[in-house]
Design a protein around this ligand. Structure first.
Ligand code: HEM
Length: 186
C-alpha cells in the first residue's frame, strides 16, 4: 500500500515537473512575442496564452510540493538536496506569482481597456521592464538546478553550488536571450 502510494506520488511529482516545464516554455514564447509587439492585434494572442497559463504554474508547484513532502517524509530523507530544493521551489513560486504574475495582471487589465491600433507607451514600458526576463531566467535556472539535485542528490556544498552555478548562467545569458525592445522609452 505504502509502496503504491509512493509510486503514485513519484508519478504525480514528475508530472508536476513536466507541467512546470510546459508553463515556462509558453511563458518564454509569449513574453518574447509580447515584448516585440507594436500593436494591440499582435499582443492579443500572447496575452490570451499567458492568461490560459495562470493555473498551470500554481498547480504544478502545489503538486511538486505536496508529493515532494510526502516522499521526503516516507523516505525520512531530510537531506540537503531536498531542503535546498524546497527553498528553490518557494523562491520560484514567489518569482512566478509575486513578480511576474502581479505585473502580468496589470498588463492584462490595461490591455482590456485598449482598442485596435498602436500600443501606448505605458504598455510598451510595462512589457519592456527587465524584471520580467530576470524573473523568467531565475526560475528557469532554479528549475534546471532542482532537476539536477533530484537526480544526483549531492550534499549541502554540491546542492548550493549547483544553485549558484545555475543562477549565474541564467543571469549571464540574459543579455543574449532577451534583447531590450527597440520601441521603449524608459
Ligand atoms: C522544481 C521543483 C522540483 C522538480 C523539477 C523535481 C523533480 C523531480 C524528479 C524528476 C524526480 C525523480 C528523480 C528520480 O527518480 O531519480 C524527483 C524525485 C524526488 N523529489 Fe523532486 N522535484 C522538485 C521539487 C521537490 C521538492 C520541493 C521536494 C521536497 C519537498 C522534492 C522531493 C523529492 C523526493 C523525496 C524524490 C524521490 C527521490 C527518490 O525516489 O530517490 N522534490 N523530483
Amino acid at each position: 500500500m505504502t509502496a503504491n502510494l509512493y509510486n503514485l506520488s513519484l508519478f504525480l511529482h514528475v508530472l508536476g515537473a513536466a507541467g512546470f516545464f510546459v508553463a515556462l516554455s509558453l511563458e518564454w514564447t509569449s513574453l518574447r512575442r509580447m515584448r516585440r509587439a507594436v500593436d494591440v492585434e499582435e499582443l492579443e494572442p500572447w496575452v490570451s496564452t499567458l492568461k490560459g497559463l495562470e493555473r498551470v504554474g500554481p498547480t504544478s508547484t502545489l503538486m511538486l510540493l505536496v508529493t515532494g513532502v510526502y516522499m521526503t517524509v516516507t523516505l525520512r530523507a531530510y537531506l540537503p538536496w531536498v531542503m535546498v530544493s524546497m527553498v528553490a521551489l518557494v523562491a520560484m513560486a514567489i518569482l512566478g506569482g509575486g513578480v511576474t504574475g502581479r505585473r502580468m495582471e496589470i498588463i492584462g487589465r490595461r490591455f482590456a481597456e485598449l482598442r485596435i491600433g498602436w500600443l501606448p507607451t505605458d504598455v510598451r514600458n510595462l512589457l519592456a521592464n527587465p524584471i520580467l526576463p530576470v524573473s523568467f531566467q531565475l526560475r528557469a535556472a532554479l528549475l534546471l538546478a532542482v532537476v539536477f539535485l533530484m537526480t544526483t542528490k549531492p550534499g549541502l556544498g554540491g546542492s548550493l553550488g549547483a544553485i549558484a552555478v545555475a543562477i549565474g548562467i541564467g543571469l549571464v545569458s540574459m543579455r543574449a536571450l532577451w534583447p531590450v525592445p527597440a520601441t521603449t522609452e524608459m
